[in-house]
Design a protein around this ligand. Structure first.
Ligand code: GAF
Length: 375
């Protein structure tokens, strides 16, 4: 793009991806999650360009750029552009202080891998514009407007976990977040002598978006049935297992399975927070295996590649637990592995995956890191 030759950024921002130790699909059911940002990030560089409305954004990774005007923001046919446009659409509802700007993006965060590159881009864009134009948005404004951008421009009716983790994380900690009150507690992520090893299946299914929204609708269906006799229920967060079981014959079996998973998953998050505080890492691993079973059989958002890697982990004595992390249908598995055996485990997993699927497995250690910030 023509602006690149004279580009002199004045604001540089890094915006991280996230892992989620436990609490999948509980966020939009207003339950609990336990994520953290990681040291894989998108770098966003900004300059004002002296115009009132002309904006230009270039992605080094895609070697693609696009231009738009603040006066005519609209959805694009090119998916990644919608993360940017969605944020501009939301920000301009809150303030009239944004003017023309240029932005260059580059990333070491794998896309479509369940590590929330989308939230990282949205939050980094909002954070950078807030700095560039002194918009006086709070961190929570950035979180909520980025989530709204995902709803309106991307079309995923996501919960708040990814944007919250991307912005609010603190180095060395997991965030125990109550997705209803938005109160949170920082919990030490020190698992020594174990590490978190991520295995990236390299698979990202196109049905993820539609299936995601379908799961959300199934949970809402469950709530509407339970609510008929228990008007105090607002979300699955308010439903106990005993209550659900009493309704078993009134609820469609698929919807029942989904609700059962969410209620159990909320319990697992709270239990995980406790075992982390007690430093009972073995128990933490067992919770991961149990959660993956639910992800695969009850919530049905796994895939053969993730199931293979979790089974592979189960047969390796250096691994305490593993599960698929993120929205589902591929992405990464999260593994708690003894630090002395981590490299060996990765090598064995790469070989086994290649043999089974004929494709490369990417692996990395996830280090809990701080949230979106200026550098
Ligand atoms: C995706 C969504 F964006 C999150 O809000 C969350 O629901 C997650 O899937 C599943 O836990 O990352």
């Amino acid at each position: 793009m023509d602006f690149l030759k004279d580009f002199v950024p004045t604001i540089n921002v890094v915006s991280p991806g996230r892992i989620n130790l436990i609490g999948e699909h509980t966020d939009y059911n207003l339950g609990y999650v336990l994520p953290t940002a990681i040291e894989k990030r998108i770098l966003l560089k900004f300059q004002k360009n002296g115009t009132d409305t002309r904006c230009r954004v270039y992605s080094k990774d895609f070697d693609q750029g696009f231009e738009f005007f603040l006066t005519t923001i609209a959805r694009s046919d090119n998916d990644w552009e919608n993360y940017v446009l969605g944020v501009l659409n939301e920000i301009t509802k809150l303030t009239d202080k944004v003017r023309g700007f240029d932005c260059v993006l580059e990333s070491d965060l794998p896309l479509g891998s369940g590590l929330s590159s989308s939230a990282a881009l949205e939050c980094g864009m909002a954070f950078g514009l807030n700095e560039l134009f002194d918009l006086e948005l709070s961190k929570m404004d950035i979180v909520t407007l980025s989530q709204a951008a995902e709803h309106t421009y991307v079309g995923t009716q996501c919960g708040i976990m990814d944007q919250f983790a991307s912005v609010m994380s603190e180095k060395g900690h997991m965030i125990l977040l109550d997705c209803r009150s938005l109160e949170y507690d920082l919990i030490s992520a020190n698992l020594d002598p174990y590490k978190i090893i991520m295995l990236n299946t390299g698979v990202s299914h196109s049905l993820a978006n539609s299936e995601y929204n379908k799961r959300k609708a199934e949970c809402e269906k469950g709530v509407s049935i339970l609510k008929a006799e228990n008007p105090e229920i607002k979300s699955l967060r308010d439903v106990s297992m005993e209550m659900l079981e009493r309704f078993e014959d009134k609820i469609d079996p698929v919807v029942y399975k989904r609700c059962h998973f969410i209620i159990k998953e909320n319990q697992r998050v709270l239990e995980m927070a406790k075992v982390l505080k007690d430093r009972d890492i073995e128990k933490a691993g067992a919770i991961l295996y149990e959660a993956h079973d639910g992800i695969s059989k009850e919530y049905e958002v796994s895939c053969k590649e993730s199931d293979f890697l979790v089974d592979f982990a189960k047969n390796n004595a250096s691994v305490l637990g593993a599960r698929q992390t993120g929205g589902g249908f591929g992405g990464c598995t999260l593994n708690i592995v003894h630090k002395d055996e981590a490299e060996n485990f990765i090598d064995l997993a790469i070989d086994a995956y290649k043999k089974e699927f004929g494709r490369e497995l990417m692996a990395f250690e996830a280090s809990p890191s701080g949230g979106t910030s200026k550098i």
